[in-house]
Design a protein around this ligand. Structure first.
Ligand SMILES: NC(=O)c1ccc[n+]([C@@H]2O[C@H](COP(=O)([O-])OP(=O)(O)OC[C@H]3O[C@@H](n4cnc5c(N)ncnc54)[C@H](O)[C@@H]3O)[C@@H](O)[C@H]2O)c1
Ligand SMILES: O=C(O)[C@H](O)[C@@H](O)[C@H](O)[C@H](O)CO
Length: 269
């Protein structure tokens, strides 16, 4: 990296913690943060599931540390942050990427569905970021990135509880941005569009759904996990010292308009 880019994007000497790093978007973000120079604590639900991500981080020339926890257990959040600080010496960037979805019509959701989805998608980022803030404040600052979704902004059928949690993350980021600005902690959200990952492979392997996606997303294709990295490097790096409380949506243009179709209602002869 040239000196001028370093000033905005270098994470040399910094430590990042990525939850849900065993695959999908989390793995890409962990590798990207490592590429920018950070040592990366990788959280996953099993040691073995993190092996490939650890290799990717090491290939980028960075140190990795594997942390195993089920984030549906609220007590695990403080432990994950403490283990990161103990193992890598500090914590500068927290990326809350772990998440889950259960897709059902509104009426079919149970109380157990509600608790499970809210526990992982919302309570865990809330508790993890509070624990991270204590470490960051003592170090003079830090960055938190919550991984939100298009459903932070629009309703998508069969994702009621998931969407509620993702909209709430956007609000959480705003309040944390306000409360923690005095500690020099910037808090922002990444909102991925439709990205091919283990979470969504069941959806997009259906040709009918894929045809819908290609007709609705101006880029005319789903996104790849790697395409989420640059936005997170911006929110994680020194260049974002005055960027806080925002959501960066990386969606191939989905939220920008209804359809890419040249012959659609917006067409002008
Ligand atoms: N793929 C998409 O289209 C898309 C779009 C918008 C947002 N997202 C969000 O991106 C994030 C990453 O998702 P992904 O698409 O890479 O899918 P993924 O399934 O590969 O990643 C989700 C991660 O969360 C972890 N996780 C789930 N439940 C957990 C629990 N109880 N304890 C600990 N970890 C748990 C999983 O182990 C996994 O590593 C999620 O927050 C998801 O909501 C994904
Ligand atoms: O069905 C799902 O699992 C959800 O719809 C998500 O994965 C969305 O694709 C994403 O959140 C949109 O940004």
């Amino acid at each position: 990296m040239s000196d001028s880019l370093d000033r905005y994007f270098s994470l040399s000497g910094k430590v990042a913690l990525v939850t849900g790093a065993s695959g999908g978007i989390g793995r890409a973000l962990a590798a990207g943060l490592a590429g920018a120079g950070a040592a990366v604590a990788l959280h996953g639900r099993s040691e073995g599931a993190l092996a490939e991500t650890a290799l990717a981080v090491e290939r980028a020339g960075a140190t990795s540390l594997r942390l195993v926890a089920d984030l549906s257990d609220p007590g695990s959040c403080d432990r994950v942050v403490a283990a990161c600080v103990e193992g890598l010496g500090r914590l500068d960037v927290l990326v809350n990427c772990a998440g889950m979805n259960r897709r059902k019509p509104m009426d079919e959701f149970t109380g157990e569905d509600f608790d499970a989805i809210v526990g992982v998608n919302l309570r865990a980022p809330f508790l993890l970021s509070r624990a991270a803030r204590r470490a960051m404040k003592a170090q003079g600052g830090g960055k938190v990135v919550h991984v939100a979704s298009l459903t932070s902004s629009v309703g998508l059928a069969r994702t009621a509880i998931y969407g509620m949690t993702k909209a709430a993350l956007a609000q959480l980021a705003k309040t944390q941005a306000v409360e923690w600005a005095a500690d020099n902690i910037q808090v922002n959200c990444l909102a991925p569009g439709f990205i091919l990952t283990p979470l969504t492979e069941g959806l997009w392997s259906d040709p009918g759904r894929m045809a819908w996606l290609k007709g609705r997303v101006p880029a005319r294709r789903p996104g790849e996990p790697d395409e989420m990295v640059a936005a997170v490097l911006l929110m994680a790096g020194p260049g974002s010292s005055y960027l806080t409380g925002q959501m960066i949506t990386v969606d191939g243009g989905f939220l920008a308009g209804g359809s890419w179709d040249d012959d659609g209602p917006g067409a002008v002869e």
